[in-house]
Design a protein around this ligand. Structure first.
Ligand SMILES: Cc1cc2nc3c(=O)[nH]c(=O)nc-3n(C[C@H](O)[C@H](O)[C@H](O)COP(=O)(O)OP(=O)(O)OC[C@H]3O[C@@H](n4cnc5c(N)ncnc54)[C@H](O)[C@@H]3O)c2cc1C
Length: 395
């Protein structure tokens, strides 16, 4: 899409571009280009650099560290970040608990957590899903029973990403089972060092350890760690899931991957790896992807503009989630196709070194498999389609 930037917007783009050129460490840029796994330290380092510039939590309200940017400036910032191969900050801090604290936190909670969350002095994890309560999240059963000035937690969460690194968890717990299942859920913050919490790793198909099971055995959480009111956690969770889903589209990342695919296509065409017929078919597929990506980008711009004018973005967030994740997965399919049989090998994490081949070829299979998760987490795409059908189409 061709945007006609004003001179001020062009100056802003140049400012962002110059900052990223100077501030983004080369090793992080290279890791992003190679699709290497980012460590906790990588994410912390980059989020702190952004935060020092005032650009880590730009969509938060200004009084809590956000930026009063226009939709065009937001668009430019995202675009430049992707073009520079800059990593994203922690989604749990930036897109989930931060906005929740700004909206629902008490003054004391804002004071305690907001600045530390923006600077990632606190690493958060999200304790929502449980065995039997994923899509049907309101069926969650982990209990929080009031005992004086504490809640006592017993039960289990699952798929808790990065819990092994987390200082704090924000989570949903059942304080009452007598009414409708959406009632009686309470949103609590808990220090992961509290006695009675056990974190057990789940290794995923790409060989990485990001997800965990988290068990609670008589875990005592102070009552002041509640967000909002007891039994009203579902409203807080809905607010959080809306911002989680719009962030998940990651259009800038898909655009950057598309341009990598185009470079790869030219290289393989030049060195004769691709026949003319293969080049023709690939060019067709890349054009299709580009058209869809541009349409998605326009939708994203409409959502950003509606947000800026206080418009609701509920079904729009679902559309962005579905289409954005479909595009991310489509990129991994095209990379796998280009890599051919050599791209089928998986890294052997226990018995390195593995013959790495060319970086992108070796990364093709793990990348393909790991990106299957994006249509599941943040509410599966099938469930998002139900939301769109109900709220937009009235079905
Ligand atoms: C890698 C990864 C990381 C995650 N990280 C976190 C995290 O940090 N914190 C956290 O709380 N959770 C996390 N999750 C959990 C995630 O939110 C859930 O996996 C997701 O909501 C789906 O729930 P489920 O796994 O229980 O599947 P189920 O709900 O059992 O769904 C199984 C299948 O049925 C389909 N389905 C279910 N209900 C419907 C329906 N009504 N209509 C049509 N189809 C339906 C689903 O689309 C899916 O294909 C993560 C998941 C993954 C895979």
């Amino acid at each position: 899409m061709k945007l006609d930037f004003t001179p001020e917007e062009t100056a802003f783009r140049d400012e962002v571009r110059a900052f990223l050129k100077d501030a983004l460490p080369d090793d992080l840029r290279q890791k992003m280009i190679n699709r290497d796994h980012l460590t906790k330290d990588d994410t912390v380092r980059w989020q702190r650099i952004l935060n020092a510039r005032g650009w880590a939590v730009t969509h938060w309200p200004v009084q809590y560290g956000g930026q009063a940017w226009t939709p065009a400036q937001r668009y430019i910032f995202q675009e430049e970040m992707a073009l520079a191969h800059a990593p994203e900050g922690s989604p749990f801090n930036v897109n989930m608990i931060g906005p929740v604290l700004c909206e629902f936190g008490t003054d004391a909670q804002k004071e305690q957590f907001l600045a530390a969350t923006a600077n990632i002095d606190i690493w958060w994890c999200q304790g929502f899903s449980e065995p039997g309560a994923g899509s049907d999240l309101a069926s969650l059963k982990t209990m929080a029973v009031r005992d004086g000035d504490h809640y006592v937690l017993n039960g289990q969460k699952i798929w808790t990403t990065q819990a092994q690194h987390a200082d704090w968890m924000f989570g949903l717990f059942r304080t009452d089972s007598s009414g409708r299942k959406q009632q009686g859920i309470t949103f609590l913050l808990l220090d992961m060092k509290t006695p009675g919490i056990t974190v057990r790793p789940i290794e995923t198909i790409d060989g990485e350890h990001d997800a965990n099971e988290v068990f609670f055995d008589d875990v005592r959480v102070p009552v002041e760690n509640i967000i909002g009111e007891e039994g009203k956690g579902w409203d807080v969770a809905k607010h959080l899931l809306g911002s989680e889903r719009s962030g998940i589209a990651r259009i800038g990342l898909s655009k950057e991957r598309l341009s990598q695919l185009r470079e790869l296509e030219s290289r393989l065409a030049r060195d004769g790896t691709l026949t003319e017929e293969e080049q023709r078919r690939l060019a067709h597929k890349l054009a299709e992807v580009e058209v869809e990506l541009r349409a998605l980008e326009l939708t994203q711009l409409r959502v950003v503009a509606a947000d800026a004018h206080g418009g609701g973005a509920n079904a729009a967030a679902s559309i962005l989630k579905v289409k954005g994740t479909e595009m991310q997965q489509r990129m991994t399919e095209l990379v796998t196709e280009l890599a051919g049989p050599a791209g089928l090998s998986m890294p052997d994490h226990d018995h390195a070194p593995n013959d790495p081949g060319e970086g992108w070829v070796a990364a093709a299979a793990p990348f393909y498999f790991t990106m299957r998760k994006v249509s599941i987490f943040g509410g599966s795409n099938e469930v998002q389609k139900n939301i769109i059908a109900k709220t937009m189409l009235g079905l």
